[in-house]
Design a protein around this ligand. Structure first.
Ligand SMILES: Nc1ncnc2c1ncn2[C@@H]1O[C@H](COP(=O)(O)OP(=O)(O)O)[C@@H](O)[C@H]1O
Ligand SMILES: [Mg+2]
Length: 315
């Protein structure tokens, strides 16, 4: 199971609950793809742009921008996506005009729940199939920082909801095309990002179930983020245990030992949750260290990316 090579997929999504490090991991993965020489598009979906801060690049908005060699980024908003998508699609199929440029249709579309989400996914889908004038693919890799998972996985469910509601028609066909790409194991993988903590592990288990049963999307890795490295050997820990009781509180060495033991306890707790992830989430796992920095900056992203490449088949 560990030999799964995510780097062979063209559409790679990262999902998980807010705050677990999705944006960080998606950015690091995208950078590692760019480093391999792949022309890579990193997509944030309708969220506060964080990518620019990490890359020390200018603001990333609804226009695709190059932020690093081979690496492009965009923050997709529903409005911008709707307009751009309509224009992009027109190049492919004139019939799309009937949907997006007709007043009555537009009013009708507003009433369809999830259309905005469909259009955002539609943009991801379009970039997957996008071609240059000479017929070569425009992108080698599309990396999607999928929105936080609150109530189920609303956004990713949209295409199948629309296909089941509408049953037929242009929008139905569009949703079905998107769904086909999202569910194609040769093209797509969705990775789940988690933390070695109780709530995130439970939520990841639920997310895994709905990806399997409802979305039916091909799964990639579970990525356990922000792990404290093991700092002390068994022997050192034993030595600290044995010597601590002889020292007075407030003594410098006593303070250091207390800090070391506290740090080790956190490491032990995390290891307990890592084991739970391995037991409960039957996906290959990748591990990412906690980086002790003020904010995750470019060198940090680069180093996380290199570690992901090593673990996820990118070398
Ligand atoms: N491996 C890590 N080491 C240190 N800080 C991290 C790590 N991963 C994420 N962070 C920090 O944790 C916070 C949440 O990460 P972020 O990627 O924005 O999460 P999400 O997109 O899931 O909400 C950010 O401040 C980020 O810099
Ligand atoms: Mg985020």
């Amino acid at each position: 199971m560990d030999s799964l090579n995510i780097y062979q997929r063209k559409l790679v999504l990262f999902s998980g609950k807010g705050g677990v490090g999705k944006t960080t991991i998606a950015s690091a993965f995208a950078l590692s793809c760019a480093r391999r020489g792949e022309r890579t598009l990193l997509m944030e979906l309708n969220t506060k742009d964080k990518v620019s801060l990490m890359f020390g690049a200018g603001h990333v908005g609804p226009e695709i921008r190059e932020i690093e060699d081979n690496l492009f980024a965009v923050n997709v908003t529903p409005d911008a996506a709707q307009e751009e998508y309509a224009v992009m699609i027109l190049k492919l199929r004139v019939v799309y005009r009937a949907v997006f440029e007709n007043k009555i249709m537009r009013a009708f579309l507003k009433a369809i729940p999830g259309l905005n989400e469909l259009v955002m996914l539609g943009k991801a889908y379009y970039h997957v199939i996008e071609e240059n004038d000479d017929g070569t693919p425009t992108w080698d890799k599309i990396v999607v920082d999928a929105p936080a998972t609150g109530h189920g996985i609303f956004l990713l469910q949209i295409p199948s909801v629309i296909t089941s509601i509408l049953g037929s028609g242009h929008l139905y066909e569009e949703a079905e095309r998107i769904l086909n790409v999202m569910q194609d194991p040769k093209l797509t993988a969705i990775n789940l990002v988690t933390l070695p903590e109780e709530m995130p592990v439970n939520e990841t288990e639920m997310l895994l179930e709905s990806v399997r049963d409802e979305l039916k999307m091909p799964l990639g890795y579970v990525i356990i983020n922000a792990l404290y490295p093991q700092l002390f050997s068994e022997e050192e820990l034993k030595m600290m245990d044995e010597n601590r009781p002889d020292l007075e509180a407030g003594d410098l060495v006593a303070n250091l030992i207390d800090a070391a033991q506290f740090r080790n306890m956190r490491h032990q707790m995390q290891q307990g949750y890592v084991e739970q992830v391995h037991e409960r989430i039957d996906l290959p796992a990748a591990h990412v260290d906690f980086h002790f920095v003020d904010h995750v900056d470019f060198p940090t992203i680069d180093s996380i990316g290199a570690s992901l490449a090593e673990q996820m088949g990118g070398e």
